[in-house]
Design a protein around this ligand. Structure first.
Ligand code: PLP
Length: 821
């Protein structure tokens, strides 16, 4: 089936949606597509049959959308991302197709429990964290606001690793999300491309070839085959395509070798190709320095670019109009090599001259920056880049000489500044700077929160910004409220509808009408009941999963996100140790019962992050077994944090921990999900927390700690953590306890170096912010003791978070960057 509509063909009659017809359809799918009857069917079979029934309706809408896009001949958006953290799709698709209630009723009539089979759908974890989840929210919002878009990425056979906790340590296991097949995807062999690596570059043989036209003869080739997944927008208005590439060998087996007895050698090429799309690099905010990672980046960029150019030329027959018909968004620098790839296609395959090609390229691309951490700025050693992509290396040099020429002629820069603008880092081992390449090759460079965008102008891209002052702009992140409110928090969703009607379902800013109910005691009681039910559900889940006993009436204080020093889970744990100490010293005080929940994965090579997981578990064991704090403090690390776990935990949170060192979290999106689900935030003025404070009101959020400017100032003045620690008895005691092995009697020096890092440099300002954080936590306790006030604040949070819908973000991208109506 070719979805890229040609002439309008007869469409099948619209399917009926009523529970009885649907039940019939589900049984039919079960019988004829799965080959079982209702008595023999296992829960997995039911799940499959239900998905097929939903899918058929999605396909009807998909074909219509594709047809419409084709007829309109407008600009399409291509979102290139190495990560799409989409999670489960069944509820999302059914709910957006407005058939969830019917599915539920149909299954009820068949005696099948929707919740049970929904749990069996694998959680597609093709991403690490926030960046990948943003791409997933954007796909849903682009379909919702009717932007014709394709997402391009990699179909990792094993996505993000599954995390188990063994004796408190993280253990990484492969995720086998495709084990039972994937009913959502369609293989499209007809749209496969060859991807080359290595080899040599010859002058073009064409006599009319332009100066820059060359012929690349790769030494190695693999096939990229796409798998398409339909992404449904709200109310099914538009269905876009997520196209994920899989690597396949050109020859599945070398038969001559096999017949000669070399069985392994015969499969070597095949294994090598397949290894390319096997795993997602489990590195969040830091570059994976492996050759395989660069191969993955080029593989999916090249396949996507070939696909985009092929589609364009097929429809419009003129490569020069590409920028009018295609807007390509680079999600961070992972696909930045696409800039050089498009140049290669335009120069070598289409024979354009350099200026023309460069103009087309820059008008087509835009780039989103996600991090300012110096260690996370992607760059590749020149020798590696040259060996793997010899033609692209030439193109990078050619772009660079043009770029540096422009910079010199502007007269604005000294030699040092020219050095920072260069695409090649000449300090030490020469490296290709992917951020500079993405910047140079794009007409728009955006940050993901107001603060982050400001800092971007002042730091990483200061000189490039002076050269091209109109390019940097801000697009504050958002999240899709369909998944992160309507689906994950059914109780709150129904309560809101009952209070203010349905308008917020199409316009999240209409949540503002809830403000009127914030102090209404009848509404407050219902709000509290919903929150309590969500907490009880989480408590049950944690009892099943990790045998934890958690009292749903305690304050649920949750920090879930990747484990990283800048996110400061360590600060949270130190504060917990200090609180534990204070409760033991003053058992007579009126302590607020608290449950502290942690969750998150550590990159496999990130030693300190893994140690922080172990520390959380070590402290939890000590605290949870101490009768002196029973009922007052409980700590639990929740294994394998992923989208599905987030969907359970966020609706159950009272307090959301967003405590990164100011200036280091680009935006955060977890912060938004919690607030819209009625948690209060304890946070620093970092990333989008700043804008959240502006929206919810400073009286409805608990802010503490140094600002980004103050962090800089402290560092510039020569920050001495020892001085700070000496002035805080609580901090000194907590650090001493951790360092001396109170929580690790089996290995007393386990945390010595971790704590020493705080004394020696404390790069992440844990000590500097400790007192402020600790007193903010006591303010939280005081608020909790006035339940009505707490709920009033929480309701204001829900009411005022509408702006953080990813629909708003996408409308801004569409209007300012992509210029699509
Ligand atoms: C939202 C989300 C994130 C991002 O969380 P931050 O707190 O913004 O870092 C990471 N992982 C999952 C599974 C998410 O749903």
């Amino acid at each position: 089936m070719n979805l890229e509509g040609k002439a309008p063909l007869p469409m099948p009659a619209p399917r009926q949606v009523d529970p009885q017809a649907l039940a019939h359809e589900i049984v039919e799918r079960l019988t004829y597509r799965i080959g079982k009857n209702a008595t023999a069917a296992k829960p997995h079979d039911w799940l499959h049959a239900v998905i097929l029934s939903i899918r058929d309706r999605v396909i009807d809408a998909w074909i219509k959308s594709t047809q419409k896009t084709y007829e309109e001949q407008g600009r399409r958006v291509y979102y290139l991302s190495l990560e799409f953290l989409i999670g489960r799709l069944m509820r999302d698709a059914a709910s957006n197709m407005e058939m969830l209630d019917d599915v539920q009723a149909a299954l009820d009539s068949l005696g099948v429990d929707l919740d049970i089979i929904a749990e069996l759908e694998p959680d597609a974890a093709l991403g690490n964290g926030g960046l990948g989840r943003l791409a997933a929210c954007f796909m849903e919002s682009m379909a919702t606001v009717d932007v014709p878009a394709y997402g391009y990425g990699i179909r990792y056979v094993n996505g993000m690793f599954r995390q188990e906790i063994s004796e408190g340590w993280q253990v990484e296991l492969p995720e086998t999300w495709l084990a039972h097949g994937n009913p959502w995807e369609f293989e499209r062999r007809e749209a496969s491309y060859e991807i080359g690596f290595g080899g040599r570059v010859d002058p073009s043989e064409d006599e009319n070839a332009s100066l820059h036209q060359m012929r690349w003869r790769p030494a190695e080739r693999v096939i990229a085959t796409p798998y398409d997944t339909p992404i449904v927008g709200w109310r099914g208005g538009r269905v876009n395509t997520l196209r994920l590439w899989e690597a396949q060998p050109i020859d599945p087996i070398l038969l001559d070798r096999f017949n000669a007895g070399d069985h392994l050698g015969a499969l070597a090429e095949s294994n090598r190709a397949e290894a390319l799309t096997r795993v997602l690099y489990p590195a969040d905010s830091s570059p994976a320095g492996q050759e395989l990672r660069l191969r993955q980046e080029y593989f999916f960029s090249s396949a996507s670019l070939q696909d985009i150019v092929r589609r364009h030329v097929q429809y419009f027959r003129d490569i020069h109009t590409l920028p009018e018909k295609a807007a390509i968004q680079l999600n961070d620098t992972h696909p930045a090599v696409a800039v050089a790839e498009l140049m290669r296609i335009l120069l070598d395959d289409h024979g354009l001259d350099f200026d023309e090609a460069w103009d087309i390229t820059r008008r087509t691309f835009s780039y989103t920056n996600h991090t300012l951490l110096p260690e996370a700025l992607e760059s590749w050693p020149v020798p590696l880049f040259e060996r793997l992509l010899p033609r692209h290396m030439q193109i990078v040099y050619a772009i660079n000489s043009r770029l540096l020429g422009e910079a010199r002629r502007s007269g604005k820069f000294d030699d040092h500044a020219i050095g920072t603008i260069s695409l090649i880092d000449e300090g030490g081992e020469r490296r290709v700077r992917m951020g500079n390449l993405a910047f140079a090759g794009s007409h728009s460079i955006n940050g993901v929160s107001a603060l982050h965008t400001d800092l971007m102008k002042q730091t990483v891209f200061a000189d490039l910004h002076r050269l091209y002052p109109a390019r940097i702009n801000n697009k504050t992140n958002g999240v899709t409220f369909r998944r992160w409110l309507m689906q994950c928090n059914h109780g709150l969703f129904e309560l809101i509808r009952e209070a203010i009607g349905d308008r917020f379902m199409d316009d999240p800013e209409a949540l503002r009408e809830l403000d009127r109910f914030a102090a209404d005691s009848a509404f407050q009681d219902k709000f509290a009941a919903v929150k309590h039910a969500n907490k009880a559900a989480l408590s049950n889940l944690l009892r099943q999963r990790v045998n934890a006993r958690i009292d749903p009436s305690a304050l649920f204080d949750i920090q879930i996100k990747r484990i990283h020093e800048y996110k400061r889970q360590f600060l949270n744990i130190i504060e917990a140790v200090s609180l534990y100490d204070q409760i033991r010293s003053h058992p007579e005080k009126d302590w607020v019962p608290r449950v502290k929940l942690f969750g998150g994965k550590a990159a496999s090579s990130y030693h300190n992050a893994k140690l922080i997981i172990k520390l959380a578990n070590d402290v939890a064991r000590a605290v949870n077994h101490d009768p002196a704090v029973q009922g007052l403090l409980k700590i639990q690390f929740v294994p394998n944090y992923n989208v599905s776990m987030a969907e359970m935990m966020i609706p159950a949170a009272d307090l959301s921990e967003q405590i990164s060192t100011a200036g280091m979290e680009a935006s955060g999106t977890g912060n938004m999900k919690f607030a819209v689900n009625g948690a209060l935030t304890i946070g620093t003025l970092d990333g989008a927390n700043v804008e959240m404070r502006d929206h919810v009101g400073e009286e409805n959020i608990v802010i503490f700690g140094l600002t980004a400017a103050q962090v800089n100032e402290r560092r510039a003045k020569g920050y001495d953590p020892r001085e700070v620690i000496a002035q805080s008895r609580e901090l000194a005691q907590a650090l001493a306890a951790i360092s001396s092995g109170v929580f690790s009697p089996d290995d007393p020096t386990r945390y010595k170096d971790l704590v020493q890092g705080i004394y020696d440099h404390d790069w992440f300002m844990v000590a500097a912010d400790f007192e402020s954080y600790s007193s903010a936590q006591r303010r939280v306790d005081a608020l909790w003791q006035e339940p009505s006030r707490w709920i009033e604040m929480a309701v204001h949070n829900v009411a005022r978070m509408g702006w953080f819908s990813s629909d708003r973000t996408i409308r801004e991208y569409a209007a300012d960057i992509w210029k699509v109506p």
